[in-house]
Design a protein around this ligand. Structure first.
Ligand SMILES: [Zn+2]
Length: 212
């Protein structure tokens, strides 16, 4: 997990956020069942596309790249089941992988909220150690985030190990070069692997901090 800067609200929400919210509240307070179209307006393709862009096509929680085979899902930071006034609120929406979305479900504890990558600095509460993510010294919010989302699940650990191995090979190559432009070029490539648009950038950044 890394800190994410909320992107600009897409035009479709600039126009409709309030209208859709009022419509939904009215339906929730009424007796009739809510039509599918009103329930899932937050899944609009323009909203999803804006969420995907701000997250660099990665899950905002586990940093897994989301492929076209397994498209990402739109998550409500505060679940719609807990606060339906925020069903299409731009700042309450994020791009997530299926597993994190499923694990998070409708968790919403005001005393121990999950880390919010749009507000919190994950590095204050989490430690990235090899392919693992651990809670930092007694951080209760860090612990519940790691445990509930299962951020060190086997599939992620495997993919992180592969990423670390590839970056290690690149670093070894760079370090074997004599000082000069060739080495500088390779070292830049190594550091690029920890940029925010790269998969598991927090893990790679932590690895490089110890390796260099
Ligand atoms: Zn995820």
């Amino acid at each position: 997990m890394i800190k994410i800067i909320k992107g600009n609200k897409p035009e479709i929400l600039e126009i409709n956020e309030q209208i859709w919210t009022e419509e939904y509240i009215k339906l929730m307070n009424g007796d009739e069942s809510i039509p599918k179209i009103a329930r899932f307006r937050y899944r609009h393709k323009d909203i999803k596309s804006a969420l995907r862009d701000e997250a660099n096509d990665k899950c905002i929680f586990c940093e897994s790249k989301i492929s076209h085979t397994f498209p990402g899902e739109t998550d409500h930071i505060i679940p719609a089941s807990k606060d339906y006034n925020r069903i299409v609120e731009w700042t309450n929406l994020g791009y997530v992988c299926k597993e994190c979305n499923m694990n998070k479900s409708d968790y919403h504890d005001l005393n121990i909220p999950l880390l919010n990558p749009f507000i919190d600095s994950p590095n204050d509460s989490l430690i990235f150690f090899g392919p693992l993510v651990l809670a930092k010294g007694g951080s209760v919010r860090g612990q519940i985030t790691v445990d509930l989302l299962d951020l060190s699940r086997p599939a992620i650990i495997e993919r992180k190990k592969e990423r670390i191995d590839r970056v290690k090979a690149l670093l070894d190559r760079a370090l074997a070069f004599p000082e000069g432009d060739a080495k500088n070029f390779l070292m830049r490539k190594v550091h690029d692997e920890a940029l925010a648009d790269k998969e598991y950038s927090a893990t790679i950044k932590a690895y490089l901090t110890h390796a260099i």
